[in-house]
Design a protein around this ligand. Structure first.
Ligand code: FAD
Length: 330
């Protein structure tokens, strides 16, 4: 990694690297309170955005919106809403997108989501068969909306004015460096990503991966296959063996044996956390050195481990997601 610190003039010369975080909506009032504090701490490092997951089938719609609204009202952070389309009719998906746009959300992570019975042929798949169709729908809904709307005047109770509606800034999509569990091979994963870019996505965020070569090799294949949008590496510091086992079950991405064994044999919770944070820091440093355009950190709704990774990397947050650095030249 690049050196950190200040130059002779005392100016901060650490590299600017866009950082983003992912949260999931809390299930209890106590968890919601704790999440507010977590968001406030994450906001201090000025992330490019914080994304909030969405239960496939809309199970978390209200809770996701509450977290996104908290960010809009209490922080300067750009909230990104994950949306899934599996199981939805065209009309339902249309209503959902409109509702989030009306709430002031302008960044989305468009996902298909998993069908309830994990079967691609299920009748429950809905009208939109892929994330690419949801990307198109987000753009279409935005275009069909009235360009102007009535807004309250900040600080003037009861007053309103006509203003331009905010437009979607980021329409991100998911991508899978070690292959989607149902993909026939890496060519299909690249083709799927290209289809999402052609549909209008302007950012990709990866599934977890454990080796930098998985990410860097995938980016290289994606570039060769015509994908040009930035591909943000998704990294998670895993601080307990139980969490690692759960993640493996959820994602199907096998962790390296050395990490699983080290976490299992380490008796002390602080020692386990150190192992996970050190592994994630190393992985993040390697992908950044290989040209990654930023870091997307999975938080598991805790700020400590991810902020530790950011601190150890000596990163200075960037306000904007810059274009991918030198990945295309690799
Ligand atoms: P798609 O891109 O539509 O792909 C689904 C499958 O269809 C793949 O096998 C793909 O290869 C195939 N496919 C689609 N289009 C084509 C095509 N044109 N040509 C060939 N094959 C095609 N799930 C949630 O429920 N809620 C969340 O909040 C959530 N957040 C996530 C965040 C990230 C960063 C990631 C990586 C995943 C997330 N998921 C979430 C999981 C995701 O919904 C599942 O992995 C789902 O199975 C695939 O969604 P997708 O958007 O990648 O689907």
């Amino acid at each position: 990694m690049a050196a950190t610190g200040s130059d002779a003039s005392g100016a901060d010369c650490r590299p600017q690297t866009p950082i983003s975080f992912e949260l999931f909506p809390p299930r209890t009032d106590a968890a919601a309170l704790a999440l507010g504090r977590t968001i406030d701490r994450l906001a201090e490092v000025r992330p490019a955005f914080i994304s909030v997951t969405f239960g496939a089938g809309g199970t978390s719609r209200d809770r996701s919106l509450t977290v996104l609204r908290y960010m809009l009202e209490h922080t300067d952070v750009e909230p990104m809403a994950h949306l899934t389309c599996v199981g939805s009719s065209h009309a339902e998906a249309n209503r959902l997108v409109r509702e989030f746009l009306d709430a002031g959300i302008t960044s989305f992570l468009a996902l298909r989501g998993d069908p309830p019975a994990a079967g691609e042929d299920d009748a429950g798949i809905g009208d939109l068969g892929s994330a690419a169709e949801l990307v198109q729908l987000i753009h279409r809904v935005q275009e069909e909306r009235e360009p102007f709307a009535q807004f309250g005047v900040p600080g003037v109770p009861g007053a309103s004015e006509i203003g331009e509606r905010p437009r979607p800034e980021r329409v991100a999509v998911a991508t899978f460096p070690t292959g989607h569990p149902r993909s026939r091979g890496v060519a299909q994963d690249v083709d799927t990503l290209l289809a999402k870019e052609i549909a209008g996505a302007n950012l990709a965020i990866t599934q977890l991966f454990w080796r930098s070569d998985d990410y860097l090799g995938f980016v290289e294949r994606a570039r060769a296959g015509g994908v040009t949008i930035p591909i943000l590496p998704g990294i998670m510091p895993v601080t307990t063996p139980a969490r690692l086992a759960r993640l493996t079950e959820l994602t199907g991405v096998e962790p390296p044996a050395e990490l699983s064994i080290d976490l299992e044999i380490e008796p002390d919770a602080a020692g386990q956390a150190e192992l996970g944070i050190a592994y994630a820091t190393r992985l993040a440093a390697e992908v950044l050195a290989g040209g990654a355009p930023g870091l997307h950190l999975y938080t598991f709704n805790r700020h400590e481990a991810v902020l530790d990774v950011v601190g150890r990397l000596g990163l200075r947050p960037a306000d904007q997601l810059v274009n991918e650095r030198n990945t295309t030249e690799r």
